[in-house]
Design a protein around this ligand. Structure first.
Ligand SMILES: [Fe+2]
Ligand SMILES: [Fe+2]
Length: 376
C-alpha cells in the first residue's frame, strides 16, 4: 500500500501501485475504485480538487482508516473478476451514503449490474467531470435510508432499484424473471410510503436514481400512495404496486440512446418508444405468476379514455380501474422526474398538466389525485 501523499501527486504515483491516498484533510472523504491505474488516476485527479481522495485498484486491497461518504467505481462490469472484486467490498460499500458507478459501456445489462452491486447512482458514458462533481455535491445530505448504517439491501429504494435492474437484465439476457422478488420490492415500497409518506419517497428516489429505474420507482410510489388515498383494499393495492413495478418492462428492449435522450424525440424515435407496452406484454404473457390484471396494465398504461392512446386505441369502459390509476400515476411521475439536464417540475405544475388532459383521464380520479399530487 502506498504511503500517504498529497492529492496533487496522485496521477504520477498511482502507476504501478494498487492504492493511493491524498493528504489527511478536513475535506469530505471519497473512496475511488477502478479496474486500471489510468482510470483511477483520471477520477482521482478530478476529485482531488474538492475532496480528500483514496484510490484503490480493484485487484489490490487497501486498508482504509476512514469511512468515506462516497465511493466512486469505474470498472468494466462485463468482467466477472471486477464484479467479484466489487462484491468482496460490499460491506465497505454499504457504509457509504453515495455509491456512484461510472459505467462506460452504456447498456441495460451493465447499468443493471451496477444497481445489483448496490449503486445509488449510475452515470453511463465517458467520464463527465461536471456530472460527477454534481453527484457528489452536498456530502452532508442524509443517507438513503435512516442513516443507521444498514446494508443497501435493507433499504426499500435500493431493494426496489435492484429488483427493477434484475428485471431489465432478465429481459435483455433472456433469463428467468424473479416475479416474487419484484412484487416483494413493491410491497417494501408500500410499507415505506405507509410509514414515511410520499414526499419522502420522491425525494429519496430523485436524489439517488436516474433514468428508467428512477421512473419505475417513482411510478410505483405514486401509484401506491394514490391507492392508499383512495382506500383500496390490500388485494387491489398488491395489484397496483405489482402493475406499477412491471409497467415499463418493455423498455428493456428500447436502446438507451432513445430512452435517456435529453430533450424531445423525433417521429421515428417516438415510434420505437411506443413499442414498449406490447414488448412488455409479450415478455410477460406466458409467465405463470403474472396475473391478467398485470398483463392488462403493462399493455394498456398508455391508453386514454378518448381512444387517442396506444397500442390498441382502447376507449372508455374498456380501460379498467387499475389501469386508469396507473396511467395518472405514470404521467405525473414522468413529469416530476429529476433529470440532470433540466430543472425538476414542481408537483403543482405537473398536477395542472393532468387537469388539462380532459377527456383522456377520468375526471373524478384526477380530482381525487389532487391530494396525492400536492399535499401527501
Ligand atoms: Fe410506459
Ligand atoms: Fe412509465
Amino acid at each position: 500500500m502506498s504511503s500517504v501523499q498529497d492529492a496533487r501527486t496522485i496521477t504520477s504515483s498511482v502507476k504501478g501501485e494498487g492504492s493511493i491516498r491524498s493528504a489527511p484533510s478536513t475535506r469530505p472523504f471519497v473512496h475511488v475504485l477502478a479496474d486500471s491505474s489510468d482510470k483511477l488516476s483520471g477520477i482521482c485527479s478530478v476529485l482531488a480538487q474538492r475532496f480528500a481522495v483514496a484510490g484503490e485498484r480493484l485487484d489490490a486491497e487497501a486498508k482504509l482508516s476512514q469511512v468515506p461518504f462516497a465511493i466512486v467505481i469505474r470498472a468494466e462490469l462485463r468482467e466477472v473478476d471486477n464484479i467479484a472484486a466489487i462484491k468482496k467490498r460490499s460491506a465497505r460499500l454499504a457504509k457509504a451514503t453515495k455509491r456512484i458507478f461510472l459505467v462506460e459501456h452504456t447498456s441495460h445489462v451493465c447499468i443493471s449490474q451496477a444497481y445489483a452491486l448496490g449503486a445509488t447512482l449510475v452515470l453511463p458514458g465517458p467520464l463527465d467531470r461536471i456530472k460527477l462533481l454534481a453527484a457528489l455535491a452536498d456530502p452532508a445530505e442524509p443517507a438513503v435510508d435512516s442513516g443507521n448504517g444498514s446494508a443497501p439491501q435493507d433499504n426499500a429504494a435500493e431493494t426496489a432499484a435492484t429488483a427493477i435492474a434484475s428485471m431489465f437484465t432478465a429481459v435483455t439476457m433472456g433469463e428467468p424473471l424473479d416475479v416474487d422478488g419484484t412484487k416483494d420490492a413493491g410491497r417494501k415500497i408500500t410499507e415505506r410510503i405507509t410509514e414515511h409518506g410520499l414526499s419522502e419517497w420522491l425525494t429519496t428516489v430523485r436524489r439517488h436514481h436516474e433514468g428508467t429505474y428512477q421512473h419505475c420507482l417513482l411510478v410505483t410510489g405514486v401509484a401506491v400512495d394514490f391507492g392508499l388515498s383512495l382506500g383500496v383494499g390490500p388485494a387491489d393495492l398488491e395489484r397496483l404496486y405489482s402493475a406499477a413495478m412491471f409497467h415499463d418492462i418493455g423498455k428493456a428492449r428500447i436502446p438507451l440512446a432513445i430512452l435517456d435522450k435529453p430533450g424531445g424525440l423525433d417521429g421515428a424515435e417516438r415510434a420505437v418508444i411506443e413499442t414498449h407496452p406490447v414488448a412488455g406484454y409479450d415478455f410477460l404473457k406466458d409467465h405463470e405468476k403474472i396475473s391478467p390484471e398485470i398483463l392488462d396494465a403493462v399493455r394498456h398504461h398508455h391508453e386514454y379514455l378518448d381512444g387517442s392512446g396506444y397500442p390498441d386505441a382502447l376507449a372508455g369502459g374498456s380501460i379498467n380501474d387499475i389501469v386508469r390509476i396507473l396511467t395518472i400515476s405514470d404521467i405525473f411521475a414522468a413529469l416530476i422526474e429529476h433529470r440532470h439536464y433540466k430543472p425538476t417540475m414542481p408537483r403543482a405544475d405537473a398536477y395542472n398538466i393532468l387537469c388539462g388532459m380532459s377527456g383522456k383521464l377520468e375526471k373524478a380520479l384526477v380530482t381525487s389525485f389532487r391530494e396525492v399530487a400536492l399535499t401527501r
